[in-house]
Design a protein around this ligand. Sequence first.
Ligand SMILES: C[S@@+](CC[C@H](N)C(=O)[O-])C[C@H]1O[C@@H](n2cnc3c(N)ncnc32)[C@H](O)[C@@H]1O
Length: 228
Amino acid sequence: MSGALFRLDNRLALCASFVREGTRLVDVGTDHAYLPVWLARNGKIESAVACDVRVGPLENAKNNIQQYHTETIVSAVLSDGLDKIDPENALDIVMAGMGGELIAKIIKKQQWLCDNRRRLILQPMTRAESLRLFLCENGFRIVNEKACVSGKKAYSVMVCEYDGIKREPDEEFQYIGLLAGNSSYEAKRYIHTVNEKLKKKLRAYDENSEAYQRLAILTKHFDGYINS
Ligand SMILES: C[S@@+](CC[C@H](N)C(=O)[O-])C[C@H]1O[C@@H](n2cnc3c(N)ncnc32)[C@H](O)[C@@H]1O
């Protein structure tokens, strides 16, 4: 028998908070399946598919699905991205803990994601700026974005919906999305992390170059958010 249900860490809890009540969920790159199992046990979803491209993580998922008696709600599927997923079962789609470029690649492969009834909940570990750019250029609107701190790191989770309008985001939006002007501790921590990386990048540029001047303005701007 399972013991008490585990708690989600702040990162997965923020992802969970964006999942719509009663939805049919897919968790891509699920590994342990903590997110769908937790949502199922809390009665928040109709169904979930926990999928992963690797056998080992999928075994972890299956074990947890069984241990917490959620087999009637959560199924485990071996799948590269959404390749093996029935679109009927994918109203809310979470992709957390993977790189931003990989998440963009997974979205790009599935034309059926271009559908305003679906919600994408995305938490990139790296290259979030590439993911935001991809979303904007491909008709996905970031409708909500929040930051959290888990362990010692800050993360951003974005909620996206397809509206077909292609956008050209400026650099600020690419780097911090809807967290611009958000004065929460978590958002400031996230912007601080982004800014430290940009400042490091800046040191490699020639001070007279246009790229240096542009980035220097951006980092000062972000300093302003952090210190506000
Ligand atoms: C760091 S874990 C994240 C686990 C969980 N989503 C979380 O955020 O805590 C990343 C998982 O993504 C899986 N993964 C990597 N590429 C994938 C792909 N193309 N399709 C599905 N899963 C993938 C890996 O096997 C791994 O289990």
